[in-house]
Design a protein around this ligand. Structure first.
Ligand code: ZN
Length: 123
């Protein structure tokens, strides 16, 4: 575990959340440099106000998953990928934990209808 790297990634997530738009369907200019080219703008519908507390962080050489509680009490999951050219960590997705299956993607062993079995974000 590289604490410095984790701290850098978490601070990146905080920065992105601070820039996160309250209402937007297309990626706003201020976030252009912070997301991967395959970031899906559907995630912009997710309401995220501020990082309250880190829950879990997993980092590999190429990507990172950061789960955190936002100030509204929702568990959020940010997935970042390291841009090999620039060396920067960029956001690939930012989704809230499905309130139906609590991130498992399953309800009574069947695919959750709330999130389509993904566990994060709405279907
Ligand atoms: Zn679900």
């Amino acid at each position: 575990m590289d604490a410095k790297l984790e701290e850098a990634i978490l601070s990146r997530v905080r920065r992105i959340v601070a820039l996160w738009p309250a209402h937007a369907v297309v990626l706003p200019d201020q976030l252009q440099d912070f997301v991967t080219h395959d970031f899906e703008s559907v995630d912009l519908a997710n309401r995220v106000s501020a990082v309250a507390e880190l829950s879990r962080i997993e980092v590999t050489d190429e990507d990172a998953a950061v789960e955190f509680w936002d100030v509204d009490g929702t568990l959020q999951r940010a997935v970042l990928r390291r841009d090999m050219r620039e060396g920067e960590w960029k956001l690939q997705s930012l989704k809230f934990q499905c309130p139906v299956c609590f991130g498992t993607g399953l309800n009574d062993d069947t695919k959750c209808v709330g999130c389509g079995g993904i566990g994060w974000g709405g279907a």
